[in-house]
Design a protein around this ligand. Sequence first.
Ligand SMILES: Cc1cc2nc3c(=O)[nH]c(=O)nc-3n(C[C@H](O)[C@H](O)[C@H](O)COP(=O)(O)OP(=O)(O)OC[C@H]3O[C@@H](n4cnc5c(N)ncnc54)[C@H](O)[C@@H]3O)c2cc1C
Length: 415
Amino acid sequence: MTATTFDAAIVGAGPAGAALATLLARAGWSVALIEQQPFPRRKVCGECVAASNLALLDALGVGAAFAERAGGELRRVALMRGDETVVAPLPAAAGAHRFGRALGREHLDTLLADAAGNAGATRWQPWSLQAVAGDAGGYALRLRDESGGAGGDTELRAALVVAAHGSWQPLPSERAERRDARAAADLFAFKANFRAAALPSDLLPVLAFPGGYGGMVVADGGVLTLAGCLREERLRALRAAHPGLRAGEAFEAMLRDGIRGVAAALVGATREGAWLASGPLRPGVRIDADDGVFRVGNAAGEAHPIVGEGISMALQSAFVLAALIAAQRAALTSPAAAAAAQRSARAAYARAWRRNFARRLAIAAAFAHVAMRPGAAAAAWPLVRRWPGILTAGARWSDKTHCAPEAARLIGAFA
Ligand SMILES: Cc1cc2nc3c(=O)[nH]c(=O)nc-3n(C[C@H](O)[C@H](O)[C@H](O)COP(=O)(O)OP(=O)(O)OC[C@H]3O[C@@H](n4cnc5c(N)ncnc54)[C@H](O)[C@@H]3O)c2cc1C
């Protein structure tokens, strides 16, 4: 019979939740990893994994499978705007993995979640978290069977709860509040894959256009991933201009018409699968939420995806949290000591999270606002054209070559 009482319940089996589940299970914790969707599943994402995370994938036991499958090393970055393209080298990271690579989320997330299962975590999938009650040391989680069968609801008990459910998929209890808070500046995100596209496999173009930004990359199997975000007001106007098209198709038409580099890459290409859409995105910091729950990945804080650092922060935040709590299982899970122990661990983790990731969010927000605003983008363009090295520097400022030191130290423990 499957256990229903755990030391830790982790909600969401994206990179953050799956990595944390692996690390805690390896440290001897009993872990429930709860994921509402069956895997493999496609996901809206640019799918680039920065070089600084490849050693983390090694430590999680999925590095070889990633290396075998992922697209080529990304050695150059481009900025594409209108008819122009500026290209610059990407900075190399220190260590064995010098450049990032791209892998479809249907593959990456499956590898990571399987690793968690292999490490001993119990996978509740496809089950969705509906509600959490109780306190540190004694939480009750109500789950719903999403398999379409007659499973209905069930209850799990856990001493510690970790939110790893991403950001644009609020828990059921948060949905009404999110709906009421819609704004014209909300960002909606899109992604599609294309076969037979004409993009060099070492090039990572960032796209700047009015009201949004995006990126292209060659991922596994030579398939191109095109992903991006658009403000709600622009999306509404775009849909009005293309009444016969779905939102993703209208987004594609806008990019082909508006950015010569996109049109050139997609000439002769065929789309594989449907356009995926999600949103609204809520970039920002959520680490200080005062509800007793630990947060990793986008649930803790989300950078504008223009810098493609979300998977990095998901993996690294999981390692940072594991480095802080893995050895403290007894105190964090005992009914008598859990409240104080979890409060102090959450505070220490929040400080470490800000130290490691707050700057990434600020830099990404600055880049996103310049890219989305036609006036700001036009003003910045002469500088980019004259000094392409600013793109190299931008990648470094976004911490693309930097791994949180706590995470790097924990890798050492697995070496
Ligand atoms: C357009 C775009 C492009 C991007 N490009 C890149 C890029 O190139 N590189 C990069 O590093 N990052 C990129 N990102 C960001 C990246 O996708 C995210 O930061 C990353 O997925 C966050 O990982 P996570 O584990 O925190 O959450 P997620 O990957 O969102 O995983 C959360 C999981 O929780 C599950 N879940 C949600 N609610 C529940 C519930 N109630 N019960 C059970 N399960 C639940 C979901 O089904 C999901 O599988 C991009 C994002 C966008 C929007």
